[in-house]
Design a protein around this ligand. Structure first.
Ligand SMILES: NC(=O)c1ccc[n+]([C@@H]2O[C@H](COP(=O)([O-])OP(=O)(O)OC[C@H]3O[C@@H](n4cnc5c(N)ncnc54)[C@H](OP(=O)(O)O)[C@@H]3O)[C@@H](O)[C@H]2O)c1
Length: 164
């Protein structure tokens, strides 16, 4: 199976979403997301896809849903995350791009996590859960300060799975 990575932005208290959207404005994070995912497959839950509402250029969108007959022109549809990873075909580095439900089921299948830690405690209705960070080694940590295009301080981090 291809080596999938998970990419997520989460607040200090684990929030990743609110009312179907991102709870912050962080232009640098959107830029990093674009750079990392460009040319690759993005595997996302149906709700995350609908919150984006369109295909992102230069990338293959694979939507995970339990609905039969779900379609969106130009997107691939998968019935579960394993099938979605298989559908990413020759792409050796597909990305799991959320949301919370898809992160949870995809976690055992990924070998790298790109995390943007947003340095704020914030209200939200969707949380990143189920990651045992003792099983992951941090290999990147790049802090940034808030500015007029980035609402909060944040740190770009990446983690690789610790293998026994
Ligand atoms: N901060 C970040 O990095 C980040 C990234 C992505 C999303 N988000 C936020 O996260 C929120 C959305 O996350 P969410 O957890 O509510 O929804 P989600 O994971 O995007 O989508 C959930 C949907 O995926 C499908 N699904 C889930 N598990 C499945 C399985 N095992 N097999 C087949 N299909 C499955 C179902 O679709 P059907 O109902 O169609 O069957 C389910 O309703 C939004 O607020 C969004 O902005 C944040």
């Amino acid at each position: 199976m291809n080596k999938a990575s998970l990419i997520v932005a989460a607040s200090e208290n684990g929030v990743i979403g609110n009312s179907g959207d991102l709870p912050w404005r962080l232009s640098a994070d959107l830029k990093r997301f674009k750079q990392l995912t460009m040319g690759h497959a993005m595997i996302m839950g149906r709700k995350t896809f609908e919150s984006i509402g369109r295909l992102l250029p230069g990338r293959t969108t694979i939507i995970v849903t339990r609905q039969t007959g779900y379609e969106f022109p130009g997107a691939l549809i998968a019935g579960n995350v394993s099938q979605a990873i298989e559908m990413s075909g020759i792409d050796e580095h597909p990305f799991i791009t959320g949301g919370a439900e898809i992160y949870r089921v995809a976690l055992p299948l990924v070998e790298k996590i790109y995390l943007t830690r947003v340095h704020v405690d914030i209200d939200g209705d969707t949380y990143l859960g189920g990651i045992d960070w003792t099983q992951w080694k941090r290999v990147e940590s790049e802090p940034h300060f808030a500015d007029d295009r980035n609402q909060y301080d944040f740190t770009f981090e990446s983690y690789v799975r610790i293998t026994a």
